[in-house]
Write a protein that binds this ligand. Structure first.
Ligand code: ZN
Length: 278
């Protein structure tokens, strides 16, 4: 189980509408929403990996400490949610270095995991895993092996694999394969949009047919139907962001109850041992 810890005004889809300079003017809701998630995880005995923005960790250090104190795995989601597709190698390196230092300072734990904002590892930035290795990371969950208008490498391996550099374990977001096409089944708007039974079918299929664990992700803002509405959004963005927020928390609770969820380092300890020995 994974959570991408960012606030509702920081999502990539809002990039054209909300500048980073104006973030400070928005009501912050990530702390209370993350606390609700921590409660839910406690209730269902779930341990998760929290991919957290450096920007958020700097603003809410006590929240980050609560994540770690409850036994969860803290990892990096970069500094301020810039998609890797918009960065040079040098800019990417600076972004993740700043996030790593802040997360480590605040939590007093080493940060070895990373997830790119909006799964923005693509064929155009194939240097990204090498930069992670240079900076002492061990794992990444930054690729979506699907065809999507905003992200994805449709032909990428669907499950955990060691990158060509030998030092980073990549854990793509989970897909299910149907008629020679990959469909997302690891969370996001897809999980909110379709009935829970569809997700359950897909997850069971991955567990049974592929004999693989599912990597699932959601965001604190997805369980917050009361979040302030951002005006002026185009239809697609509005639909993707706000659809079915009210039923999300109940759906997540069912998901936590129906399966056994653990952190990435725990579920993939064998694969990680192969990486960290190098
Ligand atoms: Zn994100």
């Amino acid at each position: 189980m994974t959570v991408d810890v960012e606030d509702y005004f920081q999502v990539s889809a809002f990039d054209p509408y909300i500048s980073r300079q104006s973030w400070k003017n928005y009501e912050g809701r990530v702390e209370s929403n993350t606390d609700r998630i921590l409660q839910l995880f406690d209730q269902f005995d779930v341990q998760a990996t929290f991919f957290t923005l450096g920007w958020v960790a700097q603003k809410y250090p006590a929240m980050v400490k609560r994540i770690v104190d409850q036994g969860h795995d803290l990892a990096s989601h970069g500094w301020d949610h810039r998609r890797v597709t918009t960065l040079s190698r040098k800019e990417f390196s600076e972004d993740i270095a700043k996030a790593k230092v802040t997360l480590e300072d605040v939590s007093s734990t080493p940060i070895t995991g990373y997830r790119a904002p909006s799964y923005s590892f693509t064929l155009q930035n194939d240097w990204a895993h090498d930069v992670l290795l240079e900076q002492g990371y061990h794992y990444s969950s930054s690729i979506a092996p699907i065809k999507h208008d905003l992200y994805g490498i449709p032909d990428a391996p669907r499950f955990a694999h060691i990158c060509a550099n030998g030092g980073i374990l990549e854990l793509p977001i989970t897909t299910t394969r149907l008629h020679n096409k990959n469909y997302p089944c690891g969370g996001g708007g897809w999980f909110r949009l379709y009935p829970y039974a569809v997700s359950k079918w897909a997850i069971n299929r991955v567990n049974a047919r592929d004999n693989e664990s599912v990597i699932f992700y959601f965001h604190p803002w997805e369980i917050d139907p009361e979040q302030p509405r951002v005006s002026g959004l185009n239809l697609t963005t509005r639909f993707r962001h706000y659809q079915n927020l009210a039923s999300m928390e109940g759906k997540i609770a069912r998901l936590l109850d129906d399966y056994k969820w653990r952190t990435i380092p725990e579920v993939f300890s064998n694969d990680l041992a192969n990486v960290t020995q190098n």
